[in-house]
Design a protein around this ligand. Structure first.
Ligand code: 13P
Length: 233
């Protein structure tokens, strides 16, 4: 089971330090076997010791150079970061990353052997058109992506479920993950308004191998509860 926390543009370095100390202490004390990943903001990258894997929310596909405002491989290497989130809906829809740019970034980090958490998901108007249209849309987000990359984790995150408290029905998650399973043998995460009280039923569904959590992951205690649920599932 995989449990991942995406902080987005939340928490300072000091807050991340307190959080990681608490989560890593829990992981050690409980001998957690689940694969736990935390994506802090880049200003909080640090050496947090054993426990959760530290991942990058984003990076530019370059070692270093003249790319104002971006960070590259050198900055990730400094903190031993070997996991990256690519294709998140906020980068696609708010920051305007194209599928071409995303696929380029994917290929770059794949060539370096990075673990890649690759996000896909439809907007509400597509969801309303039914599952065939939805899967057709998802297909456009898989262009240029090696779906059998051995360090790939796919995260299905419907855009309309992110930060809204809305979650697809279990039947819908089941059905979409089943369709995704036909496209990859790699782990499939669900993301979008996952909370302590709805996680269990989601991870109990076939072809759901874990969760990617935003808002509810910001509290170390509730994230630890989610890790516990993953361990029991
Ligand atoms: P929420 O859990 O806040 O809905 O965010 C999900 C998400 O975007 C994780 O990447």
């Amino acid at each position: 089971m995989i449990v991942a926390a995406n902080f987005k543009t939340n928490k300072t370095r000091a807050q991340t330090r307190d959080y990681m100390d608490e989560v890593n202490e829990y992981i050690r004390a409980e001998n957690v076997e689940a694969h736990v990943i935390v994506f802090p903001p880049a200003t909080a990258y640090d050496n947090y010791g054993q426990g959760a894997i530290q991942g990058a929310q984003n990076a530019y596909a370059v070692e270093n150079g003249a790319f104002t405002g971006e960070i590259g491989l050198d900055q990730l290497k400094e903190f031993g970061i070997k996991t990256i989130l690519i294709g998140h809906s906020e980068r696609r829809h708010i920051l305007g990353e194209s599928q071409e740019e995303i696929a380029f970034k994917f290929a770059y980090f794949q060539s370096l052997g990075y673990e890649i958490v690759y996000c896909i998901g439809e907007q509400l108007e597509t969801r309303k058109l039914g599952e065939a249209a939805l899967m057709q849309y998802i297909e456009t987000q898989l262009v240029g992506i090696d779906m059998e990359y051995e360090k790939l984790i796919i995260a299905y995150e419907p855009v309309w479920a992110i930060g809204t408290g809305l979650v697809p029905s279990n039947e819908d998650i089941f059905s979409i993950h089943k369709a995704l399973r036909a496209k990859t043998s790699r782990p499939l995460l669900y993301g979008g308004s996952v909370k302590v009280n709805n996680m269990r039923e989601i991870v109990d569904l076939d072809n759901v191998d874990g969760v990617l959590v935003g808002g509810a992951s910001l509290y170390a205690q509730s994230f630890c509860e989610m890790i516990k649920i993953a361990e029991e599932a």
